[in-house]
Write a protein that binds this ligand. Structure first.
Ligand code: BES
Ligand code: MN
Ligand code: ZN
Length: 495
């Protein structure tokens, strides 16, 4: 999708569709007034007849509007009161999906009628670009009956002040890059486990790196991981035919000597549970167990496209968790790369087993801090549902920065505690720790487990089990938390 700005008159704008907002100022907004005059009072009549009203997601489409150069006029409701971040994002999403349904390739949009408390026009413009890009996502590589329809590809945003077009283009570029990262992440998530294997993820990482000179990719084989002592990770891959991979992507957009932020993404390409086999119902959704990995790839794609001046390293342990005669048994004891031993009481608590070795491996990149992203616990879905990702951290400053980025991007997080009392639940009779902490507080004990491997740096853990995909009729990956991570990273540039 291509983003641009335009200046001048809306009434003479030649476009397949002109989009304007009906917001708190009503007809007193310069946009609406201009158009009302050119159309001999059309807007006033629409309001009077009740066709144009304030309603969430409300929209009016007028074809061949007399007096305008545009082929269509779309007026969307932007609320009677100023919108907050959340309602503004919902309004822009509704607008974006409406535009995606129209048979048009290009659109001209004015946001003049929108008012958001606390957020200025550049934020709105960035979110608009992002939502339009996200609405263009269509996953149909296996649909043999329908071809991808031609879709919206050119977006122009009205810019009343000419001197602001530069800044506006910048935020549109960022919003578009985030949408591309989100869609890349969704596609990897939506691909089935027989295609999106650890080897496939590695090839996607390599392909991404080949597009940017300042992005390097390296893949560790099982043999190399064995030499590093990653006994915990390798215990998860013991039952599958698919070779495990450790993917390392280094993005060098910042100063050569500045320490990288390291992102670690859980890449279980299918989680059957292993010998502790999961029940059959809904097991297909465990193809999404690599959404943490996908979010790391999507985030790197976005920041590389935007050319963010920061160093970021992505580490992705990619493994399939399967039962077989060679699979790890409950009761088995393994030694992690850190030297700590783990009694595996449940082979379905496998995410932490691959993450702990990746987190130890992250030490060698001398990170300024580390964020891991994982579809780690069903308990997190019970606690927070699909609205917020779980956040656990050993550093308050980092946690607050992530909370703020969640608010700004609408990709929200909610913090849970990492108290010592929870950590004690991981006690094992036979090894340094067990890989499960009992029925209570499953999200926290899982994070406590990871916390035993992150003592040497500032660290945050995002449990995205509830936010990474939708179930039911709208089953599909969401691309979260790419918007959160990119917002967070852009905020780190000035620091
Ligand atoms: N990938 C799952 C977590 C999950 C479950 C995510 C459902 C989304 C929806 C993870 O590997 C897992 O199986 N966790 C177990 C841990 C338990 C055995 C301690 C869980 O949550 O049940
Ligand atoms: Mn599992
Ligand atoms: Zn899992």
């Amino acid at each position: 999708m291509e983003f641009n700005t335009f200046v001048g008159q809306l009434t003479t704008r030649k476009t397949e569709c002109l989009v304007i907002a009906y917001g708190p100022k009503g007809l007193d907004c310069s946009d609406l007034q201009q158009i009302d005059q050119a159309t001999e009072g059309l807007i006033a009549r629409l309001i009077k007849k009740g066709d144009l009203k304030y309603a969430d997601g409300g929209m009016q489409l007028i074809n061949e509007p007399k007096g305008l150069a545009a082929e269509r006029l779309l007026i969307f409701s932007a609320g009677k009161e100023a919108l907050n971040e959340h309602t503004c994002l919902n309004t822009l999403s509704a607008l974006a999906s409406q535009l995606a349904r129209l048979p048009i390739k290009s659109v001209s949009i004015s946001l003049e009628g929108i008012a958001t408390a606390e957020r200025e026009r550049p934020w709105q413009a960035q979110q608009l670009a992002r939502k339009l890009g996200e609405a263009a996502y269509l996953f149909n590589p296996f649909n043999t009956r329908e071809k991808k329809p031609a879709s919206l590809s050119k977006v122009s945003l009205f810019c009343p002040a000419k001197q602001e077009t530069g800044a506006m283009k910048q935020v549109l570029h960022l919003g578009g890059a985030i949408a591309n990262g989100v869609n890349f992440s969704r596609e990897l998530g939506d691909l089935p486990g027989n295609i999106c294997t650890p080897t496939y993820l590695a090839s996607q990482a390599r392909a991404l790196a080949s597009r940017y000179p300042n992005l390097d990719c390296k893949i560790l084989s099982e043999k190399q991981m064995a030499a590093l002592g990653m006994g915990s990770l390798l215990s998860v891959t013991a039952g599958t035919e698919q070779p495990a991979k450790m993917i390392v992507l280094e993005y060098k957009g910042g100063k050569a000597r500045s320490k990288p932020i390291v992102l670690v993404g859980k890449g279980i390409t299918f989680d059957s549970g292993g010998i502790s086999l999961k029940p059959g119902a809904g097991m297909d959704e465990m193809k999404y167990d690599m959404c943490g990995a996908a979010s790391v790839l999507g985030t790197l794609s976005a920041i590389a496209e935007y050319n963010l001046p920061l160093n970021v390293t992505g580490i992705i342990p990619a493994v399939e968790n399967m039962p077989s005669g060679s699979a790890t048994r409950p009761g088995d004891i393994v030694t992690s790369m850190s030297g700590q031993t783990i009694e595996i009481l449940n082979t379905d608590a496998e995410g932490r087993l691959i993450l702990c070795d990746a987190l130890t491996y992250a030490e060698r990149y001398k990170p300024s801090f580390v964020i891991d992203i994982a579809t780690l616990t069903g308990a997190c879905v019970m606690a927070l549902g699909s609205h917020a990702s779980g956040l656990l951290s050993n550093d308050d400053t980092l946690a607050e920065a992530l909370e703020n980025a969640g608010q700004t991007s609408g990709d929200r997080v909610w913090r849970l505690p990492l108290w010592n009392e929870y950590d004690k639940q991981l006690k094992s009779n036979f090894a340094d720790m067990a890989n499960i902490g009992g029925r209570e507080a499953g999200t926290i004990t899982a994070a406590c487990f990871l916390g035993r491997f992150t003592k040497s740096y500032r660290w945050a853990h995002l449990d995205i089990a509830g936010t990474a995909w939708n179930s039911g009729a709208n089953k599909g990956a969401t691309g979260r938390p790419v918007p959160l991570l990119v917002e967070f990273l852009t905020g780190q540039v000035s620091q």
